[in-house]
Design a protein around this ligand. Structure first.
Ligand SMILES: C[S@@+](CC[C@H](N)C(=O)[O-])C[C@H]1O[C@@H](n2cnc3c(N)ncnc32)[C@H](O)[C@@H]1O
Length: 515
């Protein structure tokens, strides 16, 4: 049977498809060209599918290559998070309170942002109702911003508001939470009573719920804000995702494939962190996104062989690990994988809670306490238990950092070697938990490569390494750092660090050339 279809322009039967999305047929170049302006916004290698568990989600309409840009989408709404440090309501960059908006007194970063389109409608409304903001505290998270982004959504033009309202809210589930009551008072109360908006609690709280369920966190320098992208937000969560995303200078989201994605496969993102245990990930998803994750990683007590949730069995002489007997059931008992000893879920949860509190309370301004933690738990937690991985990541970032008086030049040889071992181990773990060209991988490479090159330089100077071997390490570092720089180039926090790591390595390469 032919795999063809009808040309969308003339209905003639054809087997030629658009090469970009592979979902539209054209009889030839001419009709494809004439249809391009209509087809262009839809020409993406994804389709929204409906699934009984995932709801609407994105599926690849053709094979997608690792590193390929899958979707670029402009935001429907951007604005402050529910609790936010002072940010400019024009551009969402940090605002220092020196320039209040002439119309409504909300902090802006300067005169250029007072006429920003993003801020216009809300500013007009606040002026009309005689409301002026009173933001006097700099640099602290404030609940005052809670109503801004829901208000922006509710003031969208009708066609865009219609799109916004098609997004999932989980409103009924959220009605039972304390957050619902807080937002009812702070946001609905404010919009109805102070700004005299003729909207019901339900309409306003639905807008808050849609934003919380679908928004992506965005960053600009110190500030964190959120953006809503209707198509990209359709992506399902998976604890082992196959995409990463970043944002360009116009605040459009860019979604990239971190691995090859075969036609028909789900396109997924993670709403959690790779080094969190199953219970940490699942409780975060339940609280923040109102669903119980049942992905392959969550269903597997061994988490694909990485044992992120595993704690050592405390039976004498036993070298086994306690694992949940059924990770998708919160109260399922845990059992040692060697001797079969059982423990109630509550006991393990309390134990994990005590470790979370210990890490939270730890003074992390230097490496010592983190090193002591690893020593203390080395025979208690699995070597790739999530707490161990999280502490190792923090340690890897301190070793080599001038901000902690631990720059590579100040580090002992032992700590340089330790940094390299830790980062290589974390990268190994990521090949399973976040495979491919992920942001976490790029973040680790910018830690690893300067340390490896520094180590090679010391060994070369001590005549323990040949010039050719040192050059080999350098060349590998340059390749890895260029790829990391590309992945992180629009990441406000890490782009600078990636660039600096590459410069550091290139400087070392020049020194080696001269030696
Ligand atoms: C950003 S929305 C994604 C689009 C949504 N599925 C829809 O139909 O509008 C996030 C919501 O999708 C659902 N979802 C996403 N990933 C899921 C998963 N792995 N398992 C179950 N539900 C999931 C949850 O209801 C979650 O709150």
């Amino acid at each position: 049977m032919s795999a063809g279809g009808k040309c969308v322009v003339c209905s003639q039967h054809t087997e030629r498809k658009c090469g970009g999305c592979k979902s539209v047929f054209y009889c030839g170049r001419e009709h494809q060209k004439s249809h391009w302006s209509t087809h262009r916004p839809e020409c993406r290698p994804v389709r929204v599918h409906e699934h009984p568990v995932l709801g609407r989600h994105l599926v690849a309409t053709r094979d997608i290559k690792q590193g390929e840009l899958i979707i670029r989408e402009s935001p429907l709404v951007i604005g402050p998070k529910t609790v936010s440090t002072p940010i400019c309501l024009g551009c969402c960059k940090p605002a220092d309170l020196s320039y209040p908006c002439p119309g409504c007194a909300w902090p802006l970063c300067g005169v250029a942002c007072s006429s920003s389109a993003a801020h216009q409608a809300e500013c007009d409304l606040m002026q009309a109702k005689g409301y002026r903001a009173e933001i006097t505290v700099d640099n602290q998270p404030l609940p005052d911003y809670a109503f801004i982004t829901p208000l922006r959504a509710l003031l969208l033009p009708p066609n865009k508001l219609k799109v916004f309202r098609t997004l999932q809210s989980h409103l009924e589930k959220r009605k039972k939470t304390s957050l619902y009551q807080v937002l009812k008072f702070n946001v609905a109360g404010f919009l109805q009573n102070r700004l005299k908006m003729n909207l019901s609690d339900e309409e306003i709280l639905e807008a808050c719920a849609i934003l919380d369920t679908n928004s992506f966190e965005m960053r600009s320098g110190r500030s964190r804000f959120r953006g809503l992208f209707p198509l990209v937000s359709m992506m399902a969560h998976n604890c082992v995702p196959n995409t990463r995303h970043t944002f360009d200078a116009t605040n459009a989201i860019l979604l990239y494939a971190t691995e090859d994605i075969a036609k028909g496969k789900n396109i997924t993102a993670t709403y959690t962190q790779p080094f969190w245990s199953t219970s940490q990930r699942r409780s975060h998803l339940r609280a923040a996104k109102c669903f119980d994750c049942t992905c392959e990683r969550c269903s597997d007590p061994e988490e694909k062989g990485i044992f992120v949730s595993a704690v050592r069995c405390d039976e004498d002489e036993c070298e086994g690990f306690m694992l949940s007997r059924s990770p998708l059931e919160d109260d399922a008992s845990w059992q040692c994988n060697k001797c079969g000893l059982e423990a109630p879920a509550k006991q393990i949860a309390l134990y994990n809670q005590s470790i979370i509190e210990e890490i939270d309370a730890m003074d992390k301004r230097g490496p010592e306490n983190l090193e002591n933690f690893l020593e203390k738990y080395k025979n208690v937690l699995h070597e790739t238990n999530g707490f161990v991985l999280q502490v190792k990541l923090a340690l890897a970032q301190i070793y080599g950092s001038a901000a902690y008086n631990c720059s590579l030049n100040e580090l002992s040889e032992e700590r340089i070697n330790k940094k390299i071992d830790i980062v290589e181990e974390l990268l190994q773990v990521l090949t399973v938990l976040e495979p491919g060209m992920s942001r976490s991988r790029a973040q680790l490479q910018i830690e690893l490569q300067p340390a490896k090159v520094h180590q090679a330089k010391l060994e070369f100077e001590a005549k323990k390494l040949s010039k050719d071997s040192a050059k080999g390490i350098l060349n590998e570092a340059i390749v890895e750092l260029k790829s990391a720089e590309e992945i992180l180039k629009t990441d406000h926090d890490l782009a600078g660090k990636a660039k600096k790591s590459l410069e550091q390595v290139l400087a070392m390469s020049k020194m080696l050339e001269c030696a």
